[in-house]
Design a protein around this ligand. Structure first.
Ligand SMILES: C[S@@+](CC[C@H](N)C(=O)[O-])C[C@H]1O[C@@H](n2cnc3c(N)ncnc32)[C@H](O)[C@@H]1O
Length: 420
């Protein structure tokens, strides 16, 4: 309340000194909250793909239309993170979950305002040491309730000092399944803005030994093709003050080798122990946050990106050491951007690369196994079941590699080990 009043008061004071200029006509701005969250083609496409069990479809669509709750991680040294978690629970979470938010006036109720919901912090059970949380802290709640505003300010200041990192829950998963050890040489191929890079750096510094925790043996090379976005990476790295990070600015599909002197004195290209391949994608898994995807979605966006995604992942495999691990991830639900890429890599590698089963690595995480069969559709929503059925108008868009594996090789590939 205090803040709201201060804001109004300040505005009035400022208004007295302001020179009155004629108002310019501004183009109407998009109110993202009000964008219609519906796309029949999206529903038809993904229902046909059977991306969730049939009985879960209705709940899935309802969930996709809801706003994504804010999530964050407590970062840095584990002891410090645990202490901060203790302070946060005692000072904010426990008192706020008892708090009755302010009631609305009749005027506000008449204007259709919704009451502030009680704060329900959710600890993400699959994140190690209870260090990742989700909060239903909306902008409206922060505006209306002083105690929520204070929590919000606390989160902002701890983020600025690097003790907290705001990051979507699903985005925390790929670095976790990469299974990083402090001595690993890690390549993050498409790293900006760097929330996953930050996790990788933290894992490098997670040794119990104080000296190794401060100066780890391993290193993270964080790359992005976009020069401006590389500056975001620099900002992330600077916040963490790690000596173990190199930032590069290359097209990851043509990532150059980095040469180093080996222990035996010979010089050669670095082979990485761990590679994160978080490629550019259609982003249709981010609709709960990026509402405009609802209006822009069409079934061919995924096919358009397949080539670039494959070239990046393929280069990743070339730079991986024998016995190393590469995690391929997107924020898309589309099998053409996910399972079809993995299928192609496995077929090309002809047995020298295999999909690892990580299903028990994050206990408590709800996921569905990767698809072993899927359907292609063009912009007109015509189903294309085989190469022979590709219409002439779509020969530039679709090719034989986008189709699901034949029954003969399906079992060998084990695409069910992918997850969504
Ligand atoms: C999904 S975002 C990566 C998000 C990032 N991993 C994170 O967690 O913050 C994809 C990134 O790929 C970059 N990118 C696009 N094409 C690329 C290419 N050919 N090589 C390397 N990076 C590329 C984009 O600039 C973008 O920053």
């Amino acid at each position: 309340m205090g803040r709201k009043w201060k804001k109004q008061h300040k505005m009035k004071e400022g208004a007295e000194n302001r020179v009155q200029r004629p108002k310019k006509e501004r183009p109407p701005t998009t109110n993202y909250e009000e964008l219609i969250r519906e796309n029949k083609d999206f529903e038809t496409y993904y229902k046909a793909q059977k991306i969730v069990p049939e009985e879960e479809w209705d709940a899935f669509i309802v969930c996709m239309k809801e706003n994504l709750p804010a999530a964050f991680r407590l970062t840095g040294n584990k002891n410090m993170a645990r202490s901060l978690l203790h302070v946060m629970k005692k000072t904010f979470f426990e008192p706020l979950s008892q708090l009755v938010p302010p009631e609305l006036t009749q005027e506000e109720l008449d204007a259709g305002e919704e009451p502030v919901k009680p704060l329900k912090p959710v600890c993400l059970p699959w994140y190690p040491d209870n260090l990742a949380w989700q909060l239903n802290l909306t902008r409206r709640n922060i505006r209306r309730c002083e105690a929520y505003w204070q929590l919000h300010q606390f989160l902002i200041s701890e983020t600025e000092t690097g003790n907290i990192s705001r990051q979507e829950a699903v985005s925390m998963i790929p670095p976790l399944v990469l299974d990083v050890q402090p001595h690993h040489k890690i390549l993050d191929m498409c790293a900006a803005p760097g929330s996953k890079t930050a996790q990788l750096i933290e894992f490098l510094h997670s040794s119990e030994d104080e000296l190794s925790a401060a100066i780890p043996q391993g290193i993270v090379v964080a790359n992005d093709a976009d020069n401006r976005r590389c500056y975001m990476l620099t900002h992330q790295a600077k916040r963490l003050q790690s000596p173990a990070i190199i930032i590069t600015n290359h097209d990851a599909a043509f990532m150059p080798n980095i040469h180093h002197t080996r222990k035996d004195g010979s010089v050669g290209p670095i082979k990485f122990d761990r590679i994160l391949c978080d490629v550019p994608c259609s982003g249709d898994g981010t609709m709960r946050k990026n509402f405009d995807v609802w209006t822009k979605w069409n079934p061919v966006n995924g096919a358009n990106l397949h080539g670039l995604q494959l070239r990046i992942a393929r280069r990743g495999l070339e730079m991986l050491t024998v016995g190393g691990r590469l995690v391929y991830s997107t924020c898309s639900l589309n099998p053409l951007e996910n399972e079809a890429i993995i299928q192609r890599l496995l077929v090309e590698a002809d047995g020298s690369v295999q999909l690892v089963n990580v299903s028990d690595q994050l206990p408590g995480l709800k996921f569905v196994p990767g698809l072993e069969d899927w359907i292609l559709m063009n912009r007109e929503m015509e189903m294309i079941k085989s190469v022979e059925e590709i219409p002439v108008k779509n020969t530039n868009l679709f090719n034989k590699h986008l189709f699901p594996p034949s029954p003969e090789i399906r079992e060998k590939l084990k695409l069910g080990r992918c997850s969504a």
